[in-house]
Design a protein around this ligand. Structure first.
Ligand SMILES: Cc1ncc(COP(=O)(O)O)c(C=O)c1O
Length: 361
């Protein structure tokens, strides 16, 4: 992967093929080292350098491949997981997909617990990747039958098994501290004024943020981007006093009701937060497709809105980095459906010249 590139020579007006790296070892070797994409239109509009990590290029298709590999590697190193063991997680999204891939590549069994409200496609995909899937009643976190607790208890009942505990296992944030953070630092030659992204587990924001703050001696600002329905914006704005939830969001994989252990590793050093409404995220999703040819999920679009708003706050001349978490492929039947957008009241949020992209009924 990504071993060969075409270089354009301006003088001779010819392309030559160059090689950027050697081959990598299997699926796990292909995780990370994603390109940092300069977003031209929004950089020009703000006078800033807005750059975004193409995490959809990870081999399992999302930023969560890094976390999945990180938590499994950590368990191996600590002797908690031995050859032939079982990896258990409660997840309905990208983490399960990342874990299922890594488990196949490393020879582990993968068991996923998820609420039984999830789509058949998600269940089928995990099964195609070799995971054992347990859809369980969708009950609140406080209920012992909640899918997270069932995952933990199931892992406990087996020998040579781990519950990866993505929300509170800080090996997740550490995966970003040792990979995503250093990559962004290197790809911007250490000139990164701010980093922003939304959080689910908080692993990406905390791990990248901690690394960039350390390397820049505190100069790089870290801002949390939050969708409606999450408590984190009110928590940060009120100095940790309020945990107000307002509304709900079409974004998936982000928004949180508590300070997870992963987010907790950085929460006191966060410089600010931005609440991003769905109207802005969906408009940006269509705009990035039109202006950059990028086909992205809603959390990626929200992150770019946050980067643009941060650029406007900081003023021209700054470099702001963010994350393109995954592609639109897993959400296309919703994000590009006129009917679905209408039921969410979002059809009017899409500028009229971009409505041509919502091609599904
Ligand atoms: C699409 C998507 N975006 C963003 C995130 C948030 O990443 P993190 O869990 O590192 O906060 C997730 C997490 O599952 C995700 O699936």
């Amino acid at each position: 992967m990504r071993t060969s590139v075409l270089n354009f020579n301006r003088a001779s007006k010819t392309f030559t093929r160059g090689f950027t790296s050697r081959s990598v070892e299997g699926f796990t070797g292909a995780v990370g080292n994603t390109p940092l994409i300069h977003l031209k239109k929004w950089s020009e509009k703000t006078g800033c350098n807005i750059v975004a990590k193409a995490e959809f290029q990870n081999p399992g298709g999302s930023v969560k491949d890094r976390a999945a590999l990180g938590v499994i590697r950590d368990a191996e190193e600590r002797g908690l997981l031995k050859p032939g063991g079982t990896v258990v997680e409660g997840t309905a999204g990208n983490t399960g997909i990342g874990l299922a891939h890594v488990c196949r590549a490393r020879g582990y069994d993968c068991v996923i617990f998820m609420p039984n409200t999830q789509s058949q496609e998600k269940i089928d995909l995990l099964r195609m990747l070799g995971a054992q899937v347990h859809p369980v009643p969708a009950v609140a976190y406080e209920n012992p039958a909640n899918y997270n607790h069932q995952a933990r208890d199931f892992a406990k009942s087996l020998s040579n098994a781990i519950w990866t505990d993505q929300f509170d296992n800080t090996a997740n944030a550490n995966a970003h501290y040792v990979s995503t953070g250093p990559e962004i630092w290197e790809q911007t030659s250490g000139k990164v004024d701010a980093f922003t992204c939304a959080t689910g587990t908080g692993g990406t924001l905390a791990g990248v943020g901690k690394y960039l703050k350390e390397k820049s001696a505190g100069k790089t600002q870290v801002w949390l981007a939050d969708p409606p329905g999450s408590v984190l914006h009110s928590y940060i704005q009120s100095g940790g006093k309020l945990t107000e939830r307002g509304g709900s969001s079409i974004t998936e994989g982000i928004g949180q009701g508590r300070i997870t252990n992963n987010l907790g590793t950085l929460i006191n050093e966060i410089d600010g937060s931005l609440k991003i409404e769905d109207e802005k995220s969906i408009s940006m999703l269509y705009d990035l497709l039109d202006s950059e040819g990028l086909y992205l999920g809603a959390s990626s679009a929200l992150n770019v809105v946050a980067a643009v708003e941060l650029a406007q706050k900081l003023g021209p001349g700054h470099t702001i980095a963010t994350i393109l978490c995954d592609g639109a492929y897993r959400y296309q039947s919703r994000l590009f459906s006129k009917k679905w957008l209408e039921t969410k009241g979002l059809q009017d949020a899409i500028p009229s010249h971009l409505k041509k992209y919502s091609v599904l009924d």
